[in-house]
Structure formats: structure tokens, C-alpha cells
Design a protein around this ligand. Structure first.
Ligand SMILES: Nc1ncnc2c1ncn2[C@@H]1O[C@H](COP(=O)(O)OP(=O)(O)OP(=O)(O)O)[C@@H](O)[C@H]1O
Ligand code: SF4
Ligand SMILES: [Mg+2]
Length: 334
């Protein structure tokens, strides 16, 4: 049974002003997404900028309220309806499903000491831990992410980007969550630092009883780090498969585009250009990804798809099984 599952999750934003106003009044940021994360499993959400990854994560922790759909969380033998949680139960849920923000520079309050950054959540949420216990736990968690006990008294500005990301991860880990949501935790970092943070996450995964939702642009990183991956486009899942299978035989035209653009980017960068050698940003260089501004009539990918025909513009394909544990939303990839 999954630890966390979402079914047909939808969230649209009302946009009466600004750049996206020209597409209509709404942007369908998350448009019927379903997936589940098993115990100790790492599920990856991958896709270009604006496809709805962060919105999905924020719906999961109730930073946004979903328009419709279900979010279920299993804790022991109880299954909680996350959308119905209130007050203390919601606070407890948020301690069990922790969200590590996309941008560590902005998510760490510069005026706080690292001790306060780490513990403000637990203290405000009325944790019964006393001060001494909390301090010991904060120090141990900081050491777990590769920093020192003495760093507790320093402030975020005194740390590098990679170190700040470690602090964000420590903040996520402090309450011993069941699920850690890592939103682009390496994308803002230099490549050499990215590797260090990924290794840290691998260590944490090996030593803790933890499930991950790993959000990334980078297919290579996602295939390396995740057990299963959902490829997202304009608020919908286009393909879902075990990471190794997606890497070998991703079959949706959008997945192919991501891989081939990534390979071209890899060649341009002199990185060899194998299937795994680049990022989804490379696909965005082709420049046509826009958020869904109306409930899609046809296939969301039709305007960019080299294999699209008339049906693709008229009918909306379902996400169907193309093999064991392999789902694809495409009329031509069954
Ligand atoms: N609070 C908001 N108000 C209005 N529109 C929003 C809001 N949050 C997200 N959006 C829009 O919803 C769409 C999905 O955004 P989201 O941040 O979820 O994408 P993303 O996949 O995380 O992108 P990135 O890779 O750039 O982080 C975008 O078009 C975005 O502009
Ligand atoms: S349904 Fe049609 S447009 Fe959509 S991905 Fe498949 S071939 Fe392309
Ligand atoms: Mg995002």
C-alpha cells in the first residue's frame, strides 16, 4: 500500500492580469494528476518549467488547496484524507510530509540563527520536546547533512549555496518525516556541488525510513536517483514508468523529445550526447512549452508532437498501461 497517493488532482489559477492573461482567465497548473509513492520509494516528477511540479508539491502539503481530487496519506494502519485535515492533525501531517523548497536562498530567513531555522517549525507546532532534546536533535541532524554542531549559532548568509541546501534538507529531516519532498534541490547549484547534495540524499535514503518525491528538470539526475518517474507536461502526466525502464525505453513522444534534446545539449556541451546526458531545459530551448490555459480538448502535447494527426487535436488521450507498471498517454504509443 502506498504511503502517499493522489488521484485526479486539479488546481487552476485565476490569472486576470500579467503575462499569462493573454491565454485566458485560468492556467490549469495541475490537471488531473494521479500517482502514488510507496514506503521507502523515490518517485520522480520530471518536466519543463511551468508544467506544474511545484504546484503538485504545494497541493500535497496543503500550501495550496486543490480544486478537486484526493490526497491520501497512510500512517501506520490509518489512512488520512489529507484534504480534510484541520488544526492539530494538519500540523502533524505537515511534520510527516516535509517540503524542501525549490530556492534555499529565499526560504531561509536571513535574520535567524541556523538553530532557529531548524527548530522554528517543531516549536511552533507545539512539539512536546524540551529545549535540550531539540538542541541535541538539531545538532545531530546538522551533522547528518555534513555540517557542524557549532554552525547552529551562525546565520544563513555565512554559508555557501550548497551548505544552505544542506540546511534546508536538515530542516526537512528534523521531525523524522515519512515523506520528504525535494523540489529542484540541486538545480540552482554548480554541477560539482549537485553531485555532493545527491550523494547526501542517497546516504539519507539508505539510512532513514523515508519515501521521497523528487522533483527535477534533469532526466539524467531523475533516472539516477528515482525508482519510478512521472513525466509531466502542461499539468498532466504523459508517461510513468520505473526509472530504469524509462531510461531504456521511454516511449511517449514528449519523453523522447526530452531525451533527444538533452542528448543534443550534451553534444553541444561536449558531454558525449548519450540518452541521459542533459536536461529538460534543453527541450525548452525549442521554446514552445506553455502552461495549459484551457482544459485540453485534444492531446496537451499535440502542438509540439512530430507524430500528431487530426485525432490528436480532437480527442484527449487517456493514461493507459503500455506494460507492467508502465503508463503512457498517447494514441500511438500503446
Ligand atoms: N500562485 C500562483 N498563481 C498563479 N499562477 C501560478 C501560481 N503558481 C504557479 N502558477 C502557474 O502554474 C503553472 C505551473 O507552475 P509550477 O510552479 O507548478 O511549475 P513547475 O513545473 O514547478 O516549474 P519550474 O520548473 O519552473 O519550477 C505555471 O504556469 C505558473 O505560472
Ligand atoms: S496522442 Fe498524438 S499528439 Fe499526443 S503524444 Fe501521441 S501522437 Fe503525439
Ligand atoms: Mg517548480
Amino acid at each position: 500500500m502506498p504511503v502517499l497517493s493522489v488521484t485526479n488532482l486539479k488546481k487552476r489559477f485565476n490569472l486576470e492580469a500579467g503575462f499569462f492573461a493573454r491565454f485566458g482567465r485560468f492556467v490549469y497548473a495541475v490537471n488531473g494528476v494521479s500517482f502514488s509513492i510507496g514506503k521507502n520509494e523515490t518517485y520522480g516528477l520530471v518536466g519543463e518549467s511551468g508544467c506544474g511540479k511545484t504546484t503538485t508539491a504545494r497541493l500535497l502539503v496543503r500550501m495550496y488547496e486543490a480544486d478537486s481530487g484526493d490526497i491520501m496519506f497512510r500512517q501506520g494502519d490509518r489512512v488520512l484524507d489529507v484534504k480534510a485535515l484541520k488544526g492539530k492533525e494538519l500540523k502533524q501531517y505537515r511534520e510527516k510530509v516535509k517540503y524542501v523548497f525549490q530556492d534555499p536562498a529565499r526560504s531561509l530567513n536571513p535574520r535567524m540563527t541556523i538553530y532557529n531555522v531548524l527548530t522554528s517549525g517543531p516549536r511552533w507546532s507545539g512539539s512536546r520536546r524540551n529545549k535540550k532534546e531539540l538542541r541535541e536533535e538539531a545538532a545531530a541532524t546538522l551533522e547528518e547533512v555534513g555540517l557542524r554542531n557549532s554552525d547552529l549559532e551562525r546565520r544563513p548568509a555565512e554559508f555557501s549555496g550548497g551548505q544552505r541546501q544542506r540546511i534546508s534538507i536538515a530542516r526537512g529531516l528534523l521531525m523524522k518525516p515519512d515523506v520528504l519532498i525535494c523540489d529542484e534541490v540541486v538545480s540552482a547549484l554548480d554541477v560539482s556541488i549537485q553531485g555532493q547534495i545527491l550523494n547526501l540524499l542517497l546516504d539519507i535514503r539508505a539510512s532513514r525510513d523515508l519515501s521521497f518525491l523528487f522533483i527535477a528538470h534533469d532526466l539524467k539526475v531523475a533516472c539516477y536517483f528515482c525508482d519510478r518517474i512521472g513525466v509531466m507536461y502542461r499539468g498532466e502526466l504523459m508517461e510513468e514508468a520505473p526509472a530504469a525502464e524509462l531510461y531504456r525505453t521511454g516511449i511517449h513522444p514528449y519523453t523522447e523529445l526530452l531525451f533527444s534534446s538533452a542528448a543534443r545539449a550534451g553534444k553541444t556541451a561536449g558531454a558525449g550526447g548519450d540518452r541521459s546526458a542533459g536536461t529538460a531545459e534543453a527541450a525548452a530551448l525549442r521554446g514552445e512549452a506553455v502552461p495549459a490555459a484551457a482544459e485540453a480538448e485534444g492531446c496537451p502535447f499535440a502542438a509540439r508532437c512530430p507524430r500528431a494527426d487530426g485525432r490528436c487535436f480532437r480527442e484527449h488521450p487517456e493514461l493507459l498501461e503500455a506494460g507492467s507498471g508502465h503508463l503512457v498517454r498517447c494514441f500511438k504509443s500503446g
